[in-house]
Design a protein. Structure first.
Length: 461
């Protein structure tokens, strides 16, 4: 990747060969959406492999183990988010040296956290399985899965940094290709280790660990090929400069706290729903799949905003910041409306496909209107998340999520005694709405400190 400058036209958008804003956002978002769609496919393959093993506990073990790792990777998602925002800003500022340093610092932190997880693997796994519950046989299967998969922790976290770097440099297609390749390795290895070598549930976990390792080797090779040329020799002492390290840890801390609040709301929703009975809990679980589908679809536009807003912030280009925010929001809201219309038209059919239990189907249909309105309620928070991550305004993300969590708790305890499960869904919808409202309130702060200086030239490939 050579260093070159791009001309900036009168409205602040980069001129020359740079495509129009609408096309840029769609081109960035589409590969991410496709990559996201491969995630449930991989989960389905793991479920199918476990589901064809002789003992029924295998399937439950993979499910419980998967919950543990999903929570862990989700909780450490700040590695990808901070990398995307900081790399995009360095790209916008034309600072190839800073791009290299951000990448190396993030990789070092990912490996360090991964090694810490390995050192603490026994209490982490024991605590998670005790918390998740399950029969003795399911717990034993989950432990076999976790004991092998956890060795992928350093590689899995480093892979999130690789993806963050590729998104920050607007190479979404390459990121999609790597994700697809990693998932392909995982599926092939799972089938080979379970059916070829007879390793059972442990083989499914080992397949993920090996795929993460292979993915990291390929990812690091890609980063090496994309490295900026013409830079001075690397000085390791620069890597430990205090100011950027403090900034990196501050961003990661605030994003982690924001994610912890989000996990807290998701867990409380499930726990409060469980208190209303098993059938209500099952019906809510079915409907939450709709929200998962929505988030997979809308994440692409949030990730596109991260990359484009980051470049605009790095270049101090207020006009490009507003354009990237406004147009990515337009596409996200349009897509959210599409999801709502699809759920309105096909919601009952989707429910029937997700469960064959008549009582659960009836409960899910009763509360389906909440799943229909949630995409257009939650899209604002999703998209503003991407904008604020690109701008690395993690403090506002944290504060907005704390306010949203408080709103959820207040609404749930006020509404549930009156309206039961409708009150719980209403509290969840309020939580999503407050996320968007808080970040919309904070949004004018982005770029407010730049003054009247003209934008800096951003460098592109």
């Amino acid at each position: 990747m050579g260093k070159a400058t791009a001309r900036v036209n009168a409205d602040g958008c980069m001129a020359g060969p740079t495509p129009g804003w609408h096309r840029r956002i769609v081109v960035l978002a589409l590969p991410i959406v496709l990559a996201n769609l491969s995630v449930p496919l991989l989960s389905a393959v793991d479920t199918a492999v476990a589901g064809h093993l002789p003992d029924q506990a295998s399937l439950g073990g993979v499910a419980l183990g998967g919950l543990f790792f999903n929570a862990m990777i989700w909780g450490l998602g700040f590695l990808r988010m901070a990398t995307t925002g900081l790399v995009a800003q360095a790209l916008g500022a034309g600072n190839a040296e800073e791009m290299r340093l951000v990448q190396l610092r993030a990789l070092f932190l990912a490996i360090l956290l991964g090694l810490a997880i390995l050192m603490l693997r026994h209490p982490l796994i024991d605590g998670a399985l005790d918390l998740l519950g399950g029969s003795a046989a399911v717990t034993e299967a989950a432990r076999a899965y976790c004991d092998t998969r956890i060795w992928s922790a350093p590689a899995a976290l480093a892979n999130s940094v690789v993806l963050g770097y590729l998104l920050g440099t607007q190479r979404a297609k390459l990121g999609f290709g790597l994700q697809l390749l990693l998932n392909f390795f995982n599926m092939v290895l799972a089938i080979g280790l379970v059916y070829g070598l007879g390793l059972g549930v442990a083989g499914i976990g080992a397949a993920t660990a090996m795929a993460d390792g292979l993915g990291l080797v390929i990812g690091l090779g890609v980063l090496w090929r994309l490295r900026p040329h013409g830079l001075p020799p690397f000085e390791p002492s620069v890597l430990w400069a205090r100011a950027p390290l403090v900034r990196l840890f501050g961003i990661n801390r605030d994003i982690f706290l924001r994610t912890a609040c989000l996990i807290g709301v998701t867990s409380l929703f499930a726990r409060l729903g469980a208190g209303l009975g098993d059938t209500v809990l099952a019906g809510n679980a079915v409907l939450l799949n709709f929200q998962t589908f929505t988030s997979f679809g809308l994440d692409g536009f949030a990730y596109a905003a991260e990359a484009l807003v980051g470049v605009a912030v790095g270049a101090r280009d207020r006009s490009s910041l507003r354009a990237a925010s406004r147009i990515s929001m337009f596409w996200a809201v349009l897509s959210a409306a599409g999801f709502s219309l699809a759920y309105l038209a096909a919601g009952p059919m989707v429910i029937d496909g997700l469960t064959n239990q008549a009582v659960v189907r009836a409960i899910a249909r009763d509360y389906l209107p909440w799943a229909i309105v949630l995409p257009v309620v939650s899209v604002w928070g999703f998209q503003f998340d991407g904008i604020f991550i690109g701008a690395t305004r993690a403090r506002e993300l944290r504060n907005g999520m704390v306010v949203s969590l408080a709103a959820f708790l207040a609404a749930a305890f006020a509404l549930m005694p009156i309206a039961g499960n409708h009150g719980l869904w209403g509290a969840y919808a309020l939580f999503m709405a407050v996320r968007g409202i808080c970040l919309a309130w904070f949004y004018p702060r982005i770029g407010a400190e730049w003054g009247d200086r003209p934008p800096q030239p951003a460098f592109v490939e």
